[in-house]
Design a binder for this molecule. Structure first.
Ligand SMILES: Cc1cc2nc3c(=O)[nH]c(=O)nc-3n(C[C@H](O)[C@H](O)[C@H](O)COP(=O)(O)O)c2cc1C
Length: 185
């Protein structure tokens, strides 16, 4: 088998394209993040890799709270907007309709089908980025994205990002059930 090496690269497929919500000086701010992933089930937790220069960090550290809003394909232009412009230059508090859950400093986006309210548990310095580990305190799912009472992936139509081509994607078709197909091998 022939392989080419590229040195250390952050090459994982796919990445989500979520919107991280914080409150800075009383105002909501949203940042696009692809470096976001689940870290534990008990308690349900996740991580985000945030570059040290991001304005968003100014909301995470003092409040100890943030939101992760799962965008759908429909919101791609707004997601890209929040990934191009910093809250230091543009007021991103008016881009979306905002609501609040239990964590008052974690603004949630009405248009996004899934909203996770997170409490900061750990902050880890990884040189270029700060890794924020958050405990998921509450989960909101749009009623229109439920099927048989559960979050429905197809209806959510989550926005996906890939590196190094820098493209947004939509999910394809399901190909089989996990923890099942392996039994047929
Ligand atoms: C698709 C996409 C994914 C991004 N992922 C991240 C990320 O995971 N971490 C990060 O620090 N910045 C990421 N960025 C860049 C920030 O979203 C961007 O710098 C934004 O303006 C920061 O907003 P703020 O300064 O208001 O916090 C991403 C941008 C795009 C377009």
């Amino acid at each position: 088998m022939s392989k080419k090496t590229f040195g250390p690269q952050p090459l994982l497929f796919p990445m989500p394209a979520v919107l991280v919500g914080v409150t800075i000086e009383g105002k909501a701010n949203f940042m696009t993040a692809a470096w976001c992933g689940i870290t534990a089930y008990k308690p349900p937790s996740l991580m985000i890799g945030i570059h040290k220069e991001r304005y968003t960090l100014q909301g995470i550290k003092p409040n100890g709270a943030f939101s992760v809003n799962v965008a759908s394909v429909e919101q791609v232009k707004m997601v890209d907007y929040c990934g191009i412009y910093s809250g230091t230059k543009k007021d991103k508090s008016r881009v979306f309709k905002i609501f609040h859950g239990t964590l008052k400093e974690a603004p949630l986006i009405e248009e996004c089908p899934v909203n996770l309210e997170c409490q900061v548990k750990h902050i880890v310095d990884m040189e270029s980025h700060i890794v924020v580990l958050g405990k998921i305190m509450e989960t909101h799912v749009s009623e229109s994205c439920l099927a048989e009472g559960k979050a429905d992936t197809k209806k959510i139509d989550p926005l996906i990002f890939s590196f190094p081509d820098g493209q947004y994607w939509r999910m394809g078709e399901p190909i089989g059930r996990a923890f099942q197909l392996g039994k047929e091998k």
